[in-house]
Design a protein around this ligand. Structure first.
Ligand SMILES: Nc1nc2c(ncn2[C@@H]2O[C@H](COP(=O)(O)OP(=O)(O)OP(=O)(O)O)[C@@H](O)[C@H]2O)c(=O)[nH]1
Ligand SMILES: [Mg+2]
Length: 289
């Protein structure tokens, strides 16, 4: 899978993903250092990372109007691609022009990091809002396979108190481990259930986590009117073999959701060697947020 990170947030998250060999990483930012080409596909993390250094501009309009042709940077790229950017950054104004350059080469999804908007200046806030709305419209138009929304405020709330130094690392770790595990399970066979694809119209999504009892779902974005949901259970294989009541617990959670909120629910149960069990959640909607 290809990961494209634009701006600091996008590049930081791409860096965390680079520790897994499943991803080819493309980082784009102003004043960034690194190789323009992959050194090798399967060596160390740095070998799977390539970097495009953009000339620094004074504001979003300038970034938007000075997007270079990046065909040699993206040469040979194909298949599933996740583009990641943080909304309020000036450089995020390059998003659409970059997406246009790659949309015909790959199956394109965007991960949009919604910053804490209460901390933004009026100008940054307007810029953030514009990017957020445009991305939702192009997702709904079918140009994107999926637009994943993630709010830094929600991630922070899930983690509890996050220290100032290492703040981004902490929230990025939670986000990346969730995305990565969901990717792994999407490519594995469940021992029970099936991860269903969402309806054509459901192109706005977010991730969530919960304990396996389904006591408290914690969502990475407070999605308005979730229409579809998929529970991905990551459960220790020994417990899957020995615990008689697991099946009942899972079925009860899934049924309760389906009945109370009138939404389409699917689930998959996956065996792991991890001691800790988790439930990862995908929430989908077709409604503009
Ligand atoms: N989750 C997460 N959010 C980040 C991270 N770094 C920055 N952000 C948020 O992303 C938003 C955009 O900021 P940056 O990513 O620094 O901006 P940029 O894309 O580099 O754009 P410029 O304004 O051109 O520097 C900010 O509101 C930050 O709160 C990160 O590592 N992780
Ligand atoms: Mg920056």
């Amino acid at each position: 899978m290809n990961i494209i990170g634009l701006g600091q947030a996008g590049c930081n998250i791409a860096d965390v993903l680079s520790k897994y060999p499943q991803y080819n990483i493309f980082k784009i930012d102003a004043g960034i250092e690194g190789d323009f080409d992959f050194i090798g596909q399967y060596g160390d993390a740095e070998d799977r990372v390539k970097v495009y250094n953009i000339e620094k501009q004074v504001g979003p309009e300038e970034y938007e109007n000075n997007v270079p042709s990046m065909s040699s940077f993206f040469r040979g790229m194909e298949g599933e691609t996740l583009f990641i950017t943080g909304g309020s950054g000036h450089i995020s104004a390059m998003t659409l022009r970059i997406l246009e350059q790659i949309k015909d080469k790959c199956e394109l999804s965007v991960l949009y990091i919604k910053p804490d908007t209460s901390l933004l200046s009026k100008n940054k806030s307007l810029h953030e809002n514009a990017t957020f709305n445009i991305l939702q419209h192009i997702a709904r138009s079918g140009l994107l396979k999926m637009l994943y929304l993630v709010s830094n405020t929600n991630l922070e709330k899930i983690l509890g108190n996050v220290p100032i130094i290492g703040y981004n690392n902490k929230i990025n770790e939670l986000l990346v481990s969730t995305i990565h595990m969901i990717n792994v399970f999407k490519n594995s066979d469940p021992v029970m259930g099936k991860i269903e694809d969402p309806a054509e119209a459901s192109r706005i999504a977010t991730f969530g986590i919960s304990d396996i009892e389904g006591n408290e779902e914690k969502s990475f974005f407070s999605l308005d009117r979730t229409k579809e949901k998929c529970y991905i259970y990551s459960i220790n294989e020994e417990r899957l073999k020995t615990e008689g009541d697991l099946r009942k617990k899972i079925v009860a959670t899934v049924k309760a959701q389906a009945e109370t909120e009138d939404m389409k629910v699917s689930f998959g149960v996956f065996p792991t060697n991890y001691e800790q069990d988790y439930c990862y959640i995908l929430n989908y909607t077709s409604i503009i947020q």
